[in-house]
Design a protein around this ligand. Structure first.
Ligand code: THG
Length: 265
């Protein structure tokens, strides 16, 4: 599974502070540690700061210490454009997080996805918000898939995020999400992705819930997750589920992690 490290996000108060203070060493430490812990991509988000200027600084600062590709997390076309301008290597490796069927994203962000032919996360939302039912989320997925393929976009680069809603709001929200994962793969054969934390909002033992949620998502074929790779228990869950699902030939990765002392009980 593709791991997108979530730590460089200005929604986290301590991270917001180091971005505002332009503490390059602290940002670079978080970047390097996430990659060492197994992140394939680093999510970058400055929405809670001076979004445009701070995105430019963050992208430049992170790239000084790692070649890991970035997942640019913003609703604004201007911000994503600024991030892409400052990418050192292949711009077509950047994951654009995100597009959706919302008018502003179609006008501002979709043209960038098409121009750079980047991988992109497509949210199942439109100007009416996040639909409640599986059917309505599949309808938005269909509209996104049709629109992108009409413009010649390679659908292998599309990650649909069916948007998880809190269990505390409805006890069926996780089950709905799992159904979306299955159906998106079956009907459109595109990849899927999710952030984890929303599921446990307003519940105790959030990390515990997030971890089991991730394991069930993986069992439903989820291709990527935005998570905290510095949480050794969640990374242990990823390694163990991949082993159990037959995705780890000869248990090589599991045994390697075991020998390095990385597996938490
Ligand atoms: N889908 C898409 N993009 C997203 C999300 C999504 N971007 C933002 C968010 N959801 C994913 N990113 C974060 C970043 C940080 C935290 C949660 C989600 C967070 N971190 C705490 C910390 O690091 O201190 C706690 C981590 C933990 O408890 O494990 O809260 O859904 N497309």
């Amino acid at each position: 599974m593709l791991i997108i490290g979530e730590k460089l996000n200005s929604a986290i108060p301590s991270v917001r502070q180091i971005i505002q203070e332009k503490d390059a060493a602290a940002v670079q430490d978080l970047a390097v540690k996430q990659v060492q812990a197994g992140a394939h991509y680093l999510d970058v988000n400055t929405a809670h700061c001076n979004e445009i200027e701070d995105m430019e600084w963050l992208v430049r600062t992170v790239q000084e210490v790692t070649d890991a590709p970035l997942c640019v997390d913003s609703t604004s076309g201007e911000v994503i454009k600024k991030a892409l301008k400052n990418i050192k290597g292949e711009k077509s490796k950047v994951i654009i997080n995100s597009i959706s069927m919302e008018k502003n994203r179609l006008e501002e962000v979709l043209p960038l996805v098409l121009e750079y032919q980047c991988p992109a996360i497509g949210l199942t939302a439109d100007d009416n918000g996040i639909p409640k039912t599986v059917e309505d989320r599949l309808k938005i997925t269909e509209r996104l898939v049709e629109l992108l393929s009409k413009h010649g976009y390679n659908l292998e680069n599309l990650y649909i995020d069916p948007l998880v809603l809190p269990l505390a709001v409805s006890h069926t929200h996780a089950a709905t999400f799992f159904q979306c994962l299955t159906e998106i793969k079956r009907l459109f054969n595109v990849k899927t992705v999710s952030g984890l934390s929303n599921i446990s909002f307003n519940m105790p033992k959030r990390k515990l819930i997030n971890r089991y949620f991730l394991a069930i998502c993986m069992a439903h074929g989820m291709d990527a997750a935005i998570l905290d790779p510095l949480d050794s228990k969640i990374m242990t869950a990823v390694t163990t589920v991949e082993l159990l699902m037959g995705q780890d030939a000869f248990g090589k990765n599991f045994l390697k992690a075991y020998r390095k002392g990385l597996l938490a009980d």
